[in-house]
Design a protein around this ligand. Structure first.
Ligand code: ZN
Length: 277
């Protein structure tokens, strides 16, 4: 087990939430500012979706580029991860920003039901996104919404489209997808160690499961934890989170409870096999 642990912050997401929590950053300027505060609070990796001004999801590479540049300027060494997630976006545009060569990008290797939609990731789309990530030297974070998605990642490695060291994120607590159950995490980890033995890994608990999933993954020696307003807008049951930075500092407390230290950007890059900044 690594002594330090990478705190990843998912700052915005693709579901309009500003009306539920005004702290969710929407414009690129707000996103950079919110990321910077989370960086100061301990986050070494930022996961981003960009939005139009009316809060609908955007695929505009110009926004992704401005975000990346802002983070590089204000958060030295921080790992930038673009979402290639599908909600509310044209399928063909999902890989649009990969040519900007972010450090990482999320990659879903299969389809699943979400609360009200089918999150569709056809084999052809998965192959196309993985091909682009390889071409532009982008490290994939495999979003595992179902056990079969581990095998989807294995197939990409066997096809020569991905190296043996992807970063894996288990996503628990999305309605209609994988429930947040501790014993399921053990099953998933056993399978991951069999089919992706060189992968690094983390877990994301959605909504009220954010803190408990963080506890479960830390108890099992995860390389990282994930927090942020994309996944959860509350602290406890009754209070809105004040910011992404507040959620990041709660993550640092969870790390301390498990005897882990907060990974610096340099430590995070080394752990995930990324080049130094
Ligand atoms: Zn996302």
């Amino acid at each position: 087990m690594a002594e330090s642990c990478v705190i990843s912050v998912a700052i915005t997401g693709s579901v309009p939430r500003k009306k539920d929590n005004p702290a969710v950053p929407i414009t690129v300027a707000e996103q950079v500012e919110s990321t910077h505060a989370a960086f100061e609070a301990g986050a070494a990796l930022v996961h981003v979706h960009v939005r139009n001004d009316d809060e609908t999801p955007s695929s505009d590479p110009e926004k992704f580029g401005r975000f990346r540049d802002g983070v590089r300027q204000h958060c030295p060494g921080m790992i930038v991860q673009f979402s290639t997630g599908g909600r509310g976006r044209d399928q063909a545009a999902r890989g649009n920003a990969l040519e900007l060569r972010p450090d990482m990008a999320s990659l879903s290797t299969g389809s699943v039901n979400f609360p009200t939609i089918v999150y569709e990731n056809s084999p052809a789309l998965v192959t196309d996104l993985a091909t682009k990530m390889q071409r532009f030297s982008v490290l994939p974070e495999i979003e595992v919404f179902d056990l079969s998605h581990l095998h989807g990642a294995r197939r990409l490695i066997d096809a020569g489209l991905m190296n043996e060291r992807p970063h894996v994120q288990f996503v628990m607590g999305v309605k209609n997808a994988m429930p947040a159950e501790e014993h399921l995490l053990d099953i998933l980890l056993t399978e991951m160690r069999r089919v992706l033995p060189h992968a690094t890994w983390t877990g994301a608990g959605i909504g009220r499961f954010q803190a408990v999933v963080m506890d479960w993954v830390l108890a099992r020696g995860a390389h990282g934890v994930r927090t942020g307003l994309e996944d959860n807008i509350r602290v406890g049951k009754d209070r809105l989170a004040a910011s992404n930075a507040e959620l990041a500092s709660l993550a640092t407390e969870a790390l301390a409870k498990h005897g882990r230290t907060v990974a610096t950007p340099a430590q995070a890059r080394a752990m995930l096999g990324l080049a130094a900044a």
